[in-house]
Design a protein around this ligand. Structure first.
Ligand code: AKG
Ligand code: FE2
Length: 321
């Protein structure tokens, strides 16, 4: 994740974001309907960098069970959770509570890889006993939604849905499982500071309202509405790079909910650790020279490790040519 906080005044009024809601089931209908959905997704990516999906094929019970597994994990004793504490960003599972990463203002998180599941699940918490089963099921299903969306975005960019298909299929999936306390009295209490996600695409499942996005037209924070059975999607740094800037990464933050503690599960889709992401050569020409250097997930982890205490540790900025 890279921090872009300096571009936005934090104290501006917060309103609901005008989030497009896309019916994903329509992607699998006839070709005219499909291309209408691809256009909707392309427009949302270009204009906003985020949207929501409904009719995505993940049942409410799979979503609820993932949130329950997360919530039960964070209810464990500190000792049980701290078994997973590490400052090494390359650990397969990592738990932390607060600001060592310079963006977690008031959140506890558990991060772990999820694809291929059979490689990683052995490292996941064994307690609560439901964790591996419930989170594993959600991880597999949400990855399939992510891959469908990536294909649609690639089609919208004119690259074709099969573009770099092998790299996407073999790519990494990182789950960031977050827990925020209920807000104290303050009107806006930041749980997770402004940042963008490093990967191509993030799909976010949240237990209640608290996610905010930057509205580019007014340069202000907007609350993302909590729609029943919807998943929030935003594009990440590597999608901006691949599209050579046609699509911009989405800056977001989380505020504490005044009514309840909050769980969010971010599934971040990237390439495999050492696979480089560069501007698609099809989108580079004399008028549009490449805007970013190539980089891998591993480069991102090195960048974060080197800038751990630095509040302005913007990965995407470091790639700009
Ligand atoms: O909690 C949220 O709503 C956002 C979480 C997030 O941005 C992340 O884990 O990268
Ligand atoms: Fe994020």
């Amino acid at each position: 994740m890279s921090d872009l906080s300096m571009t936005v005044a934090q104290e501006q009024l917060v309103h609901l974001s005008p989030t497009p809601v896309i019916n994903l089931g329509h992607l699998n209908l006839d070709s005219v309907t499909r291309s209408g959905v691809i256009d909707e997704i392309a427009k949302a990516c270009r204009d906003l960098g985020y949207f929501q999906v409904i009719n995505h094929g993940i049942s409410q019970s799979v979503m609820d069970c993932a949130v329950e597994a997360a919530s039960d994990f964070f209810k464990l004793s500190s000792e049980a959770k701290e078994e997973f504490a590490s400052e090494d960003l390359r650990q397969p599972v990592r738990y932390d509570t607060s600001s060592k990463d310079s963006i977690s203002m008031s959140r506890a998180f558990l991060k772990h890889y999820a694809h291929p599941l059979s490689d990683w699940i052995q490292y996941w918490p064994e307690k609560p006993t439901i964790y591996r089963e419930y989170m594993g099921k959600y991880a597999v299903e949400v990855r399939s939604v992510a891959l469908q969306l990536i294909e649609a975005i690639l089609e919208g960019l004119g690259l074709g849905k099969e573009y770099l298909n092998e790299q996407f299929q073999e790519g990494s999936q990182l789950l960031s499982v977050n827990c925020y306390p209920k807000a104290p009295q303050d009107p806006v209490t930041i749980g997770l500071a402004p940042h963008s996600d490093y990967g191509f695409l993030t799909i976010l499942l949240t237990s209640c309202q608290g996610l905010e996005v930057v509205d580019r037209s007014s340069n202000s924070w907007k609350t993302v509405q909590q729609l029943p059975h919807a998943l929030h999607v935003h594009v990440g740094d590597h999608m901006e790079v691949l599209s050579n800037g046609q699509i911009k990464t989405a800056m977001h933050r989380a505020v504490l909910n005044p009514e309840e503690s909050r769980i969010s599960i971010a599934s971040i889709q990237g390439f495999e650790l050492h696979e480089k992401v560069a501007c698609a050569k099809e989108l580079v020409d004399k008028q549009n020279p490449a805007k970013y250097k190539e980089s891998s997930f591993s480069d991102f982890l090195d960048h974060l490790t080197a800038n751990m205490d630095n509040k302005h540790r913007n990965f995407l900025e470091s790639l700009r040519m």
